[in-house]
Design a protein around this ligand. Structure first.
Ligand SMILES: C[S@@+](CC[C@H](N)C(=O)[O-])C[C@H]1O[C@@H](n2cnc3c(N)ncnc32)[C@H](O)[C@@H]1O
Length: 267
């Protein structure tokens, strides 16, 4: 299963495609700010808006230590570190994404506050009670065993720490058409309902604090593209298959089959 997920996301040349696009858009590639990557490094519905939802759901103090599960190429981790003045460690199954996350973090001079390593959300390579908070954006759709996922999150998060999940969840009946952005085939797509997430989290001892359904934002995100496109986009991250994945996700959002939901828990 893990190898199919890695094959779906992993591809060569991510950073060079992004840098070429930034050069074409006349950015000084020796002086890049984290925000210029947002079109490509925020791989979830709403882009930067999604990371804003997560950051504002976290109740952090300066210097706190956050784990980002399935950190992709690091957009959410860098945004959360900058906005909340915390340190963030990301783990992700896909080696090419972790390499790109490290490279971009070096380029923007944030390596002292943000780091990444290859690892699985269902076998987190950290000790118990390591983090003040754990976040996860658009990753659970690749994970069948939500009970194990939440028990691992609870284990590495300190008592009373926050756990914030912003995932694509099933909100209606109807089949999904593949490829989707998280999966080329149904074989490793595990889109679950909010209730299934909450049950798994409560079985891991977490307390549900809030539920925010961001479907309205998602409909706008998919149907009203920005009048000025960003210099980089998810095509630079995922390659030429992205438009078809985007269109399939757009149809599923428009028909009410799936939606992005944010769940906030206390450990
Ligand atoms: C849609 S991307 C989201 C990336 C990032 N969270 C973001 O919002 O930009 C899903 C990510 O989850 C990672 N992933 C999937 N299953 C995972 C698992 N079991 N453990 C860790 N990472 C996983 C993938 O490699 C991919 O980077």
């Amino acid at each position: 299963m893990a190898s199919s997920v890695i094959e779906h996301y992993g591809n060569d040349g991510i950073v060079s495609r992004i840098i070429s696009a930034l050069e074409e858009a006349d950015f000084d590639i020796n002086n890049l700010q984290p925000d210029v990557f947002a079109g490509a490094d925020e791989f979830h519905i709403g882009g930067r808006k999604g990371s804003e939802f997560v950051a504002s759901a976290l109740n952090m103090q300066s210097g706190h230590h956050v784990l980002d599960l399935g950190s992709g190429i690091g957009g959410p981790a860098r945004y959360i570190a900058n906005t909340l003045d915390v340190t963030v460690e990301g783990i992700d199954l896909t080696p090419e994404f972790v390499e790109a996350a490290i490279e971009i973090t070096e380029m923007v001079g944030m390596t002292e506050r943000v780091s990444f390593q290859v690892g699985s959300a269902t076998s987190i390579p950290f000790d118990d009670d390591t983090f003040d908070a754990t976040t996860m954006l658009h990753v659970g759709m690749n994970i069948s065993d939500k009970e194990l996922l939440f028990s691992e999150m609870a284990r590495v998060t300190k008592p009373n720490g926050s756990i914030v999940v912003y995932d694509v969840m099933r909100t209606g009946e109807g089949g999904l058409v593949f490829p989707m952005p998280w999966s080329s085939t149904p074989e490793y797509s595990f889109v679950d309902t909010k209730d299934a997430y909450v049950k798994a989290a409560e079985n891991a001892g977490l307390e549900l604090l809030t539920v925010d359904d961001h479907t309205e934002m998602a409909v706008s995100f998919f149907n009203n593209p920005p009048s000025e496109p960003p210099p980089v986009n998810l095509g630079h991250l995922m390659g030429t298959g992205m438009p078809e994945m985007f269109a399939n996700a757009q149809n599923a959002i428009n028909s009410g089959t799936i939606g992005p939901i944010l769940l906030r828990f206390a450990n």
